[in-house]
Design a protein around this ligand. Structure first.
Ligand SMILES: Cc1ncc(COP(=O)(O)O)c(/C=C/C(=O)C(=O)O)c1O
Length: 350
């Protein structure tokens, strides 16, 4: 029986007897081999479906740690800025821990499912007429002055929790790291956490190390272009971030691993979004698909060799953003009369 991250990986985590055994059974997510896409693209491609976590994204890994440590240190309130998934996870784990949760989100740029979660988990939601980067700047300042604990990924406990995804991948691949780890990059905490995890696991279990391939949305590709994007734009609202807080950790991960941070367009993201759902039955939100779009791009341009063993992190569940799914799907529902013969004729294609 899975006991949740704090218990399962305690020897790798900054936990002690005083740390609350907080869990919503996060972690232990599937690693799925994409047989059809592997054959089509000439590689050995796996995806880590992080959307199967309790609040539907990888954020649960870091949030369980950050909230547990906040409670251990006597805090009763957590705060975060978020494009949506961080706020959903913070709200859930705060509720679970009996703590207050304040979230600051960019007005009108949060996917419906994520807002529904923050509302239902009882977070106090502040929507600002600004973007994620402005919201993050605000909450970082506020958390310096007010008795609240910041749980964005600048909180080191977040990266500690998120590095556990690397452990699971190595275990699921039979004790070895993949050749390539592909991952979306927004605030850049996750790519940094995974690299930390692979290094720690390799030190103990000799798993080998992957090359880290991180992917930003082209309209928010601060690291790729080495400049802050003041007004980041992308359909992938989860990664609509123009000034990544872990910028330097991410470039270090790419350099140390002989990997790379690249960009993918919204068109490439949407193509991957449709492809993986209709070809392999895996439905993930657009931000997640930056990793898969990037894998395709790098196979096409030779940055990833044929036959490579690749793991792409699919960071959030497709259900988070139903509006984009319906708006961008080519297959539209057919409206027919409530008449069996009419439906039968449609199926026969007449
Ligand atoms: C689905 C999904 N995929 C990728 C990312 C990028 O991870 P980072 O590079 O570690 O930021 C996010 C990030 C979301 C937030 O930053 C937030 O929720 O505030 C995400 O929700």
């Amino acid at each position: 029986r899975w006991r949740g991250l704090i218990e399962e990986y305690q020897e790798f985590l900054p936990v002690n007897e005083q740390t609350p055994k907080l869990t919503l059974n996060e972690g232990n997510t599937p690693l799925i081999k994409l047989d059809r896409l592997s054959a089509e693209w000439g590689v050995e491609l796996y995806v880590k479906t992080e959307g199967t976590n309790p609040t539907g994204s990888f954020k649960d890994r870091g949030m369980v740690m950050a909230v547990a440590k906040a409670k251990e240190e006597g805090s009763d309130t957590v705060i975060c800025a978020s494009t949506g998934n961080t706020s959903a996870a913070a709200a859930a784990y705060a509720a679970r821990a009996g703590m207050r949760c304040i979230v600051v989100i960019p007005e009108g740029k949060i996917a419906m499912g994520k807002l529904a979660q923050a509302v239902m988990y009882g977070a106090e939601i502040i929507s600002i007429e600004g973007n994620f980067d402005e919201a993050l700047k605000m909450v970082r300042n506020i958390s310096e002055k007010e008795p609240v604990t910041l749980v964005n990924s600048v909180n080191p406990y977040r990266l500690e929790g998120q590095k556990t995804g690397a452990f699971e991948i190595c275990d699921q691949l039979g004790g070895t790291a993949p050749d390539i780890l592909a991952i979306p990059v927004g605030n850049a905490g996750n790519i940094s956490a995974y690299w930390k995890g692979f290094k720690e696991y390799h030190a103990v279990k000799k798993t080998g190390l992957p090359k880290m391939h991180g992917f930003e949305a082209a309209g928010a590709a601060a690291i790729v272009h080495n400049r802050i994007f003041e007004n980041p734009e992308t359909i992938a609202t989860a990664i609509r971030i123009g000034n990544p807080a872990s910028w330097h950790l991410a470039t270090a991960a790419a350099e140390e691993s002989a990997g790379v941070i690249d960009e993918v367009s919204d068109e490439e993201i949407i193509a991957a979004y449709k492809k993986i759902a209709s070809t392999e039955g895996v439905f993930v939100e657009p931000g997640s698909c930056a990793s898969l779009a990037g894998v395709y791009k790098h196979i096409e341009n030779g940055k990833i060799a044929k036959g490579s063993k690749i793991v792409a992190i699919l960071t959030g569940n497709g259900l988070k953003d139903p509006n984009t799914a319906i708006e961008y799907s080519t297959i539209k529902p057919v409206l027919l009369p409530n008449d069996e013969e009419a439906v039968a004729r449609h199926i026969r294609g007449v």
